[in-house]
Ligand binder design. Structure first.
Ligand code: UD1
Ligand code: MG
Length: 451
């Protein structure tokens, strides 16, 4: 696509959402609605972008823009919000005029596809190419009134008569204007309509009266231009987006047993031959290596998972798991934890900000927090690192090949050497040397076998 500038309309009140949050900041599949529009524009090759927003959206734009892959996004604040035509007036006051195509997109089109944006740009030869869609009736969208293969005007559903309401071709909210011609008619917009707003859609009538050409670009599927105006449409769009993300991974060789209950965010890296079991949510740019099995009932957030890993009925947040690790059922790994190759974390075990060496086992009912555990060490059922003294978090270091007995309480700060043993029920308050054996409350060295 040659040089194209785009304006995204995102300042609207979103009254029908009945929310304190601006409409385009509502999330679908872990990203704000607006993110999807910005990502599609990036992928379509738009080289200049301006978002019309309110103050709350403007504050979040650097983060959302960067996450969607834009170097920077310009924002103009529209206050008060007097309609889509008014929003474009504000945008064009801010932009120095640049002859050529000006794309305008409603910010509430999270399912918009890159190819459709490109088709609109390519279809424009005169004043405007306008994306339309055949939508099942009844619908609240603007109706396309045609004269042959040209558009003669758009009538908003609220302002339409019964004949116009029966038309099933709708305005999608995606326009490729000739910028100079748009500037020519924008100042003439009035607000004599049911909502008392300045409608962008009224520019069509003006352009046509001036003898300009407005061509429709019919979307193949109305789903891709589904506008989100209320919570029900939000749920519908989220389900469709979720399905689209699942389809992408399935096409790359991932098995997803039940896409309807698999909640994937954009920008995940999932290798071929991964299997995802039902009721599983994966987000925040998680990565999963080949042959791993994730789920059921599992949540991964910013997780980096190796190959041949099995995680079931568990939660992994901000953590890295090496190859052949097994987690679950009902385990929680978080806070930058690192589990090396072959670690096995079992039922009701929580691991927080800890590094577990290769082959460590903690199979039942343990809390390992702020700890470093050496290779092959076994953590018994009910063992706890007492890492908090009421003021500070303190560290526990356990060597390799150690044996932490059932119900041991390890009171940090503490160091337990390689090959050491703590007896069942020990309360360990003093460091244990390599090969040391302690038990009791407080734990004391056990008599050696020779005694
Ligand atoms: C709009 C179109 C309608 C089309 C539909 C497609 C108009 C007048 N109507 O209706 O023909 O079928 O989209 O989904 O354009 N916005 C602003 N400032 C404002 C008002 C709105 O930035 O003052 C933004 C909103 O945040 C939203 C977009 O413009 O992202 C569209 O506004 P919305 O209120 O959703 O318009 P619709 O009623 O859906
Ligand atoms: Mg809308």
């Amino acid at each position: 696509m040659s040089r194209v500038r785009a304006v995204v309309l995102a300042a609207g009140k979103g009254t029908r959402m009945k929310s304190a949050r601006p409409k385009v900041l509502h999330e679908l599949c872990g990203r704000p609605m607006l993110w999807y529009v910005l990502r599609a524009l990036r992928d379509a090759g738009v080289d200049e972008l301006l978002v019309v927003a309110n103050a709350e959206i403007a504050e979040r734009m650097p983060e959302i823009g960067a996450d969607a892959g834009h170097g920077s996004v310009d924002v103009v604040i529209q206050e008060p919000q007097l309609g889509t035509g008014h929003a474009v007036q504000i945008a064009l006051e801010k932009l120095p005029s640049r002859p050529g195509t000006l794309l305008i997109l409603n910010g509430d089109l999270p399912l918009v596809e890159v190819a459709l944006i490109q088709r609109a740009v390519e279809a424009r030869s005169g004043a405007l190419a306008l994306v339309t869609a055949k939508v099942p009736l009844p619908s609240s969208l603007g109706r396309i009134v045609r004269r042959g293969d040209r558009v003669s005007k758009i009538v908003e559903a609220r302002d339409a008569n019964s004949d116009e309401l029966a038309l099933d071709e709708m305005n999608a909210g995606l326009y490729a204007y000739d910028e100079t011609k748009l500037r020519g008619v924008l100042a003439e917009l009035g607000n004599d309509n049911v909502q008392g707003e300045y409608y962008l859609t009224d520019t069509i009538d003006r352009l046509v009266r001036d003898g300009e050409r407005v061509v429709p670009v019919l979307a193949e599927n109305f789903i891709s231009v589904l506008g989100v105006n209320d919570r029900s449409e939000l749920a519908t769009a989220a389900a469709l987006l979720g399905r689209r993300i699942c389809e992408y991974h399935m096409s790359n060789g991932v098995t997803i047993l039940d896409p309807a209950t698999t909640y994937l965010e954009p920008d995940l890296q999932i290798a071929a031959d991964v299997t995802i079991l039902p009721n599983t949510a994966i987000g925040r740019r998680s990565k999963i290596g080949a042959h791993s099995e994730i789920g059921p009932n599992t949540r991964l957030v910013a997780a980096e998972i190796g190959e041949h890993v099995v995680i079931g009925d568990s939660i992994i947040v901000d953590s890295t798991l090496g190859d052949f690790v097994r987690v679950g059922p009902w385990a929680h790994v978080r806070g930058g934890s690192v589990l090396d190759t072959g670690v096995h974390i079992g039922d009701f075990v929580e691991v927080k900000s800890s590094h577990l060496g290769a082959g460590v086992n903690a199979r039942h009912l343990a809390y390992i927090g702020d700890a470093t555990v050496g290779e092959r060490t076994n953590i018994g059922a009910g063992a706890i690192t007492c890492n908090y003294d009421g003021k500070e978090k303190l560290r526990t270091t356990i060597g390799k090949d150690a044996f932490i007995g059932t119900n041991s309480s390890l009171v940090a700060p503490l160091e337990i050497g390689d090959g050491a043993l703590t007896g069942a029920g020990s309360v360990v308050v003093k460091d244990v040397p390599a090969g040391g054996r302690v038990a009791g409350n407080p734990a004391r060295p056990l008599a050696s076998k020779a005694d």
